[in-house]
Write a protein that binds this ligand. Structure first.
Ligand code: ADE
Length: 251
């Protein structure tokens, strides 16, 4: 079967850089979303901005699968770090996704997905390995080749690659209290964001392999708001573009 790769990005600016990579483009608009169909490095792709939060991302992922028949799905974006060793600029590739704001007790256990009998959804091992290889190739090549020397200095970038659990919820986490609450209940979680676990659930139900790639933009504590916007403009866009291009070279 010819592969048809779905790429979702969590920020409009980030995914615009990825859309710019496509050749032989067609633009399709459905439900206030723009899907760009084309090729990157001769691989058929459909690229879209997921929009923010679990519901919005669910709609976009479902459309990607149902309307465009994607065979694989990569989600790329930023996240707030929870794990101790993570720094701004590091990259986390998902092993498992969990919704940190899901709580149907007393009917179900905390974080349990209704009618799915599980708390975590595993990302696809092959796509996870592929994304990890793409990131590690890029980091070996030097982060300055992705973002330029100025951004490296400004954000003190010395990125490392991590694999692990990612938690999603409909909240931007920017307090020590909330951050510690999530970590206390889900100690293996590396980082938090707002879409990955929703996309994972869509992919599970449609049986489409997926993985999530997140660049650490902040530490999900009281500094989160200050760091975020600047980082997106100066670093995250360039990372997304480079990572997607490298994945397409490896496929
Ligand atoms: N995406 C990037 N940083 C985040 C944070 N601190 N909380 C939720 N989503 C994020």
């Amino acid at each position: 079967m010819t592969r048809n790769i779905g790429i979702l990005g969590a920020m409009a600016q980030e995914i615009d850089e990825v859309k710019a990579l496509l050749t032989d483009k067609t633009i399709v608009r459905i439900a206030n979303r723009e899907f760009v169909v084309g090729k990157i490095n001769n691989v058929r792709c459909v690229v879209a901005f997921s929009k923010w939060g679990k519901v919005a991302a669910t709609i976009t992922a479902t459309l990607l699968i149902q309307e465009f028949g994607v065979t694989d799905l990569f989600f790329i974006g930023t996240a707030g770090a929870l794990a101790d060793g993570l720094k701004v600029g590091d990259i986390v590739v998902s092993k498992r996704l969990v919704q940190h704001d899901l709580d149907a007790r007393p009917m179900l256990s905390r974080f349990e997905l209704p009618l799915l009998n599980r708390v975590y959804i595993n990302s696809d091992p092959e796509l996870t390995e592929l994304a990890g290889k793409a990131v590690s190739d890029l980091l070996q090549n030097g982060v300055e080749n992705m973002v330029g020397e100025e951004a490296v200095k400004e954000f003190n970038l010395a990125p490392t690659l991590h694999f692990g659990d990612i938690a999603s919820g409909d909240q931007f986490i920017n307090s020590d209290e909330k951050r510690n609450e999530i970590l206390g209940l889900l100690p293996d979680v590396q980082c938090v964001e707002m879409e990955g676990a929703a996309v994972a659930q869509v992919c599970l139900e449609f049986n489409v392999p997926f993985t999530v790639i997140r660049t650490i933009s902040d530490t999900a504590d009281h500094n989160a708001r200050v760091d975020f916007g600047k980082f997106i403009v100066e670093v995250a866009n360039a990372y997304s573009r480079a990572i997607v291009l490298e994945i397409m070279r490896l496929i």
